[in-house]
Ligand binder design. Structure first.
Ligand code: FE2
Length: 191
């Protein structure tokens, strides 16, 4: 599984300078895959990124990469445009938080015998931001990056956050909301 994880996220992991953190990110994905009972990387790639709306074939790994690139893009757009960028951003932490923001979904979601997916029992006890943040702590990931996982979704509303958490949240919802809107007939598309 670790080789699959390194391959899937190689482009992003390669941008990280902190080798220890890079290994912790891989360890965290591997730990959650094991806790969630996923048998192979192939099986993980079948998993839709959300159960809350049709994903039109986008899987969790693709979503994770897109969100991380989106969060980096939001930061880069501001950093390269503002004369003074007034916030402290750690890009290693941003990449780690992006790759891990939905890692808890490996425990929140399970495959049914018919090949479709449903919320697991563990998922009914703790949503993925909580289970993912706890798993990150288990592998020794620092609390600042745990904040990005714990607070990237509704759990973070009104809570103190790192700026990287804000970027990840916005990139996450830019990928998620159009799926929900399309499902509800609220996305305007050409006739
Ligand atoms: Fe997400």
């Amino acid at each position: 599984m670790k080789n699959d994880i390194r391959k899937w996220f190689g482009e992003l992991l390669g941008q990280m300078k902190d080798e220890k953190l890079r290994e912790q990110v891989v360890d965290c994905w591997a730990l959650c895959a094991q806790k969630g009972g996923w048998k192979s990387g192939e099986e993980v790639l079948q998993m839709p990124f959300t159960l809350l709306a049709p994903t039109h074939g986008v899987n969790l790994v693709e979503h994770t990469i897109a969100v991380t690139k989106g969060a980096l893009g939001l930061y880069e757009a501001m950093r390269s445009t503002y004369k003074n960028f007034p916030f402290e951003v750690n890009t290693d932490w941003l990449i780690a938080g992006g790759i891990l923001h939905d890692v808890g979904k490996l425990m929140e979601t399970e495959k049914k015998p018919d090949g479709t997916f449903k919320k697991s029992y563990a998922g009914s006890l703790a949503r993925h931001p909580i289970s993912g943040g706890v798993a990150a702590a288990e592998v020794g990931i620092i609390p600042e990056i745990q904040n990005m996982i714990f607070c990237h979704a509704k759990e973070g509303e009104g809570a103190p956050q790192r700026i990287e958490t804000v970027f990840i949240h916005q990139a996450d919802f830019a990928t998620f909301n159009p799926c929900v809107m399309k499902d509800k007939g609220l996305l305007i598309e050409k006739k």
